[in-house]
Design a protein around this ligand. Structure first.
Ligand code: PMP
Length: 417
């Protein structure tokens, strides 16, 4: 307890610490899917530092790569070219379809999205950006504007709210009780619930058209969408929504950005990138979190044409993609391949979703179970989403352990009510 008090005295008690945890857990060690607190208790990690630890805490291969680079070179800035930068960008680019081949490295998802906004505006000559309700795109002043989630807005002078980023009213859902359960477990597609918070695709597309007609006619620079909304609660779009939205945006002269900060690097199981599950190719992809397995890093990938517009001015990022970051991220990509991490995400994630769906049918307070791979949301009625996004090395036995503990916790809760 003393430790708790001492530490919090010197750390800004952010909304997250204060709201979520009455008594913070002091974690001091991790290995693969496991964490240990200062008292030696072991925890199965089902959150991975918000979908960040992709291949496992202190994964031996990634740790070895970091150690090797630590002794060689840490930092130069992007004024110089260093082999790890070139090698890593080439390796990362090989994971993208044409024409997405040009990369700029940053330190975080917010920075990546900030840069994407800048590039989109430079390239199109337009200003307005559209994001979706329920979205989260970052904590920098610009990306707070993109983020629609009200919990992350502050009572400060206007300019960074939804009002200047035109959030179409999309995708709060699909908790809505039993009438929403008719939809397949993994999607809210075409769910027309009575309350109207899960509408059919055409209604969402109509809203987007309306936004163009009334707010941003021919002025759009970019449309941002997470392939599956992460912070919003593992929310999936109706079938074809992104495909139709991309078409509309491009007709209006805007470019389409996929925010893969949570969904990238195989987390959704069936594909390496979330956008691939929507049959679209974005003009720009932003990423972070899983890219570095916990090492602060982010990236923007785009087309040579859009990247060329970016050369109109200087853009400097002191730490973005430094030699250490590149060595770590390169090893993460190798490890995803060698450990078959994406396949594990698909296998264990699909199993977990099936098992959790059984609990949904058993307990009334579980309104919905949704997601893909190891990007899973369990909607507890009364507007709470329980998000599961573990290191992608968890096993079927870990999934069984979790489902049993969760089952017991919900049962206890129900009995006490
Ligand atoms: N985009 C998405 C989809 C995210 O989930 C997050 C972080 N939760 C961000 C962007 C911002 O990333 P960062 O916290 O690294 O700035």
């Amino acid at each position: 307890l003393l430790l708790v008090h001492l530490a919090l005295h010197y750390v800004i008690a952010s909304v997250i610490i204060v709201t979520y945890y009455k008594k913070p857990v002091f974690i001091h060690q991790g290995y693969m899917q496991w964490l240990w607190d200062v008292d030696g208790r072991r925890y199965l990690d089902l959150f991975a530092g918000v979908a960040t630890v992709s291949v496992g805490h202190c994964h031996p291969k990634v740790t070895a790569a970091a150690e090797q680079q630590l002794k060689k070179l840490w930092h130069t800035t992007n004024i110089y070219v260093y082999p790890t930068l070139h090698e890593y960008c080439e390796k990362l680019a090989s994971h993208f379809p044409d024409p997405l081949k040009v990369i700029y490295l940053t330190n975080s998802g917010s920075e990546a999205n900030d840069l994407a906004i800048l590039m989109a505006r430079l390239h199109t000559g337009n200003y307005d950006i559209i994001s979706l309700r329920g979205s989260y795109h970052g904590g920098s002043p610009q990306t707070i504007g993109l983020t629609s989630n009200a919990a992350y807005k502050y009572p400060v002078a206007s300019g960074f709210g939804c009002t200047n980023t035109m959030c179409p009213d999309v995708f709060r859902g699909p908790w809505g009780g039993s009438h929403c359960r008719d939809s397949p477990v993994q999607t809210i597609r075409e769910c027309t619930c009575a309350q109207g918070h899960c509408m059919a695709n055409q209604q969402y597309i109509a809203q987007l058209k309306e936004t163009f007609a009334t707010s941003v006619p021919n002025k759009i620079a970019a449309f941002f969408g997470e392939p599956i909304q992460g912070v919003g609660g593992a929310v999936q779009y109706p079938k074809n929504y992104l495909k139709e939205a991309y078409k509309l945006v491009r007709e209006q002269g805007g470019i389409c950005v996929a925010d893969e900060v949570q969904t990238g690097f195989g987390r959704t199981g069936s594909h390496f990138w979330g956008f691939q599950g929507h049959d679209v190719i974005p003009d720009m992809v932003t990423m972070a979190k899983g890219i570095g397995n916990g090492f602060p890093m982010g990236a923007v990938v785009t087309t040579p044409e859009i990247a060329a517009s970016f050369s109109k001015g200087l853009h400097f990022n002191t730490f973005g993609g430094n030699p250490l970051a590149c060595a770590v991220a390169s090893s993460v990509l190798d490890t995803i391949r060698e450990d078959d991490t994406q396949q594990n995400s698909l296998r264990v994630g699909t199993y977990l979703i099936t098992e959790l769906a059984k609990l949904r049918d058993k307990y009334e307070i579980i309104g919905d179970v949704r997601g893909k791979g190891l990007q899973i949301g369990v909607e507890m009625v009364r507007d709470k989403t329980f998000r599961i996004k573990p290191p992608m090395c968890i096993t079927k036995e870990d999934a069984d352990f979790f489902v049993a503990v969760f089952d017991k916790s919900v049962r206890n809760y129900m009995e006490k009510r």
